[in-house]
Design a protein around this ligand. Sequence first.
Ligand code: ADP
Length: 402
Amino acid sequence: MNVLVVNCGSSSIKYSLLRMHNHESGEVLASGLVEKIGNPPSRLKHKAGDKSDSRDVPAPDHRAAFAVMMQALAEGPAAVIAGPAQIQAVGHRVVHGAERFTGSVRVDADVIKALEDFSTLAPLHNPPNLVGIREAMHLMPGATHVAVFDTAFHQTLPPHAYLYALPYDLYAQHRIRRYGFHGTSHRYVTEATAHLLGRPLAETNVITAHLGNGCSMAAVAGGKSVDTSMGMTPLEGLVMGTRSGDVDPGLVLHLIRSLGKTFDQIDGLLNRQSGLLGISGVSNDMREVVDAAAAGNARADLAVEIFCYRIKKYIGAYTAVLGRVDALVFTGGIGENAAGIRERACRGLEGIGYVLDALRNSAAARGPRDVSADGSPHRILVIPTDEEMMIARDTARIAGGG
Ligand code: ADP
């Protein structure tokens, strides 16, 4: 079964076409993105094996961008299928499934209506996700369309973890609570950890750290998420590229009352000018911040220290939440590649059972691996995430009637 995985944002579409052998395994035939939709020159970057198709394209709107994607898949120099009819199922990444969706679902009119209703909870993400679903359904009416939610994996959080200590009516009437995000990634690495450790998923307790441009951690007990660092929005928790993570909400009041900041200024400040960029003044990109720190930039070094310190605090908190931890897992661009960040986040945690092996941790390796010392009470693992594969698996299962 050919499964197209689509991640539709406000100005870009990322896609992968996978040939699934069954509900578990498959291979990527092609992947790519159309970026700067509606903001010319729009650009296609498409790859299939060692062939590629990258060029400026006309993409004034999402419908045109989907046509560009289909043309790259079916006609261009790196085409892999004869036409849209060869795509049996489409898996859509959807950011917010609120409390309704605890797993992936086949898209129908009812699901689309629910997603429209949740748009107030994720105003930046759900509307473009919906545009993508509509365009893909228009282009591939014969395919099964499946929605896979970033929030679904965290719907197992107990109320004491998902409720804020706010007046209860805010939850009851307005669904203000913690939802958590990056669920597809946390679920993927949790399942991969159970596999690697040879433990049944239902008996696997892990702390997962997804560290990319956005960063979040989760405490997973018996394969189910019981706490996570992102909250009502993806702003809470860890320090990120441009997001602050945890702050005292009282400072927002101070910014308004004493510094006269507007809503838009505070939104920009917390979401786009904070995090690694805000502290270092250098970049939101960890590689550049690490390089600047190594070259002696004190604020870049401080940004790295704050980033790692926040992770360390969450490791401690989630160790307490879980009681028994089988493994701490690092994933995402930073988690998978930045040995120095893993080392700094785990420094001083030997006393609570996290002992890295310096050589294993710094080895230039790829793929799932154990970077802890032989006697470490908890395993410390690096597992490359694969959200596309996870979405394709769910999509193949649902399209296949599973
Ligand atoms: P996204 O969240 O957009 O999927 P990624 O998971 O690809 O992003 O993570 C991007 C982050 O990973 C960037 O901050 C980048 O600098 C960082 N990164 C990638 N490789 C390294 C590396 N070798 N050392 C430090 N940071 C790295």
